[in-house]
Design a protein around this ligand. Structure first.
Ligand code: SAH
Length: 354
């Protein structure tokens, strides 16, 4: 048996964990088996979250052997784990089946456990302050590889994950179709069943994809990496700003709110002497005032390859107060796992360097 059955059935992946329930049913039926086998297998994959066919105890061996040849089970393998002594935040380094390395982070909040996943191995967006983009993009992740970051962390801790943020390495809207399918699988009531409202997707601002995503009318939270309140400054920090102006980006954000009624979060990393003065605060106010939004101020996490410094406490508060006086909701991002930190992408980077 070869994998041409995937083509006959028009299945987009030879990767069983990336198939929707309906696609899995069509595959199982094409193999001459009953639908309930598909139900069982889907349950093993997405509820019990087993790592291989062998573990699917109530599925006949002949079927499992057939499937293993057509559509293997994709998993990510844990290579390293660092746990914060301060707040229990855990950073995981996983290896993909082709050897690529990715990072995920488990954060423990009062409202539940949240996992920050990577959507790509590396990134090609080139944001100046970010460690994940220094070596460029290796490849985009499959839906199964995004899901399995969560599944493996649940298995490792024995604790339920209730929230997911796509805020690790990679630009999710540079991997649109796989991310879209990941969301379908993540929110499926027959699977891990995490509600769209408990999912946040963070983008550097690929305008046409924001609009496309708005048209899906999901209840997913959207975070925009803004980091600068004018085009000139934004271009100096984020190459994507050369492609889409802030005016276009803000239009797309308004469209997202209109379509979904969800509030947008703007992420703003404060870089000392670069984007943290009263002038920039005022420009930011002019840009977003009166829109349904929330601002997340993040002291930039310095990476050794660049000379960016964190804004200091009092200045952060000045910036925050100025926004608040203008009726804008602001939080200063609590730094989780300070002791294990290193900017996002640095654990991965340090291993690639080896
Ligand atoms: N590509 C997506 C998601 C990944 S980055 C995006 O751009 O939104 C997740 C967030 O971390 C983004 O807001 C990004 O700008 C920010 N970030 C990256 N490196 C950082 C650093 N060194 N310090 C602070 N924030 C950083």
């Amino acid at each position: 048996m070869d994998s041409s059955i995937n083509e006959q059935l028009n299945l987009p992946y030879n990767d069983i964990k990336s198939l929707t329930k309906a696609e899995l049913v069509s595959l199982i039926e094409a193999l001459g088996d009953k639908k309930f086998r598909a139900d069982q297998i889907y349950d093993w994959l997405h509820r019990k979250q087993v790592k291989d066919y062998e573990a699917m105890l109530n599925v006949p061996k002949a079927l499992k052997d057939k499937l293993a040849g057509i559509s293997p089970v994709t998993v990510v393998e844990q290579v390293e784990k660092q746990v914060s002594a301060i707040d229990g935040t855990a950073k995981y380094l996983f290896r993909l089946s082709d050897g690529n390395l990715i990072e995920s982070v488990l954060m423990r909040y009062k409202f539940g456990n949240s996992v920050c996943i990577s959507s790509q191995a590396g990134c090609r967006m080139g944001c100046r302050f970010c460690a994940s983009t220094l070596d460029g993009l290796s490849r985009s992740l499959l839906p199964s590889e995004m899901l399995d970051q969560i599944y493996r962390i649940q298995a490792d801790t024995g604790e339920r994950v209730s929230h997911v943020v796509i805020m690790g390495t990679g630009e999710p809207f540079d991997n649109y179709d796989n991310v879209r399918r990941f969301i379908t699988l993540l929110t499926d009531e027959n699977g891990i069943n995490i509600g769209a409202r408990n999912l946040t997707i963070s983008t550097c601002g690929i305008v046409p994809r924001i609009r496309q995503f708005a048209d899906e009318q999901l209840q997913v939270n959207l975070a925009i990496s803004l980091h600068a309140p004018n085009d000139e400054l934004r271009k100096s920090l984020m190459p994507v700003a050369n492609k889409y102006s802030l005016a276009e980006l803000m239009d797309a954000c308004r469209y997202y709110v209109e379509k979904t009624s969800r509030r947008i979060t703007y992420e703003y990393s404060l870089v000392k002497g670069v984007n943290d003065g009263p002038k920039q605060a005022q420009e930011l106010i002019n840009l977003i005032k009166g829109t349904n939004c929330h601002v997340n101020l993040i002291p930039v996490n310095p990476i050794k390859e660049r000379d960016f410094k964190q804004t200091e406490g009092p200045q952060i508060n000045n910036f925050k107060n100025k926004l608040e006086k203008n009726g804008i909701n602001v939080t200063i991002r609590r730094e989780m796992g300070r002791d294990i930190d290193g900017a996002c992408g640095q654990l991965r980077k340090s291993h690639i360097g080896e």
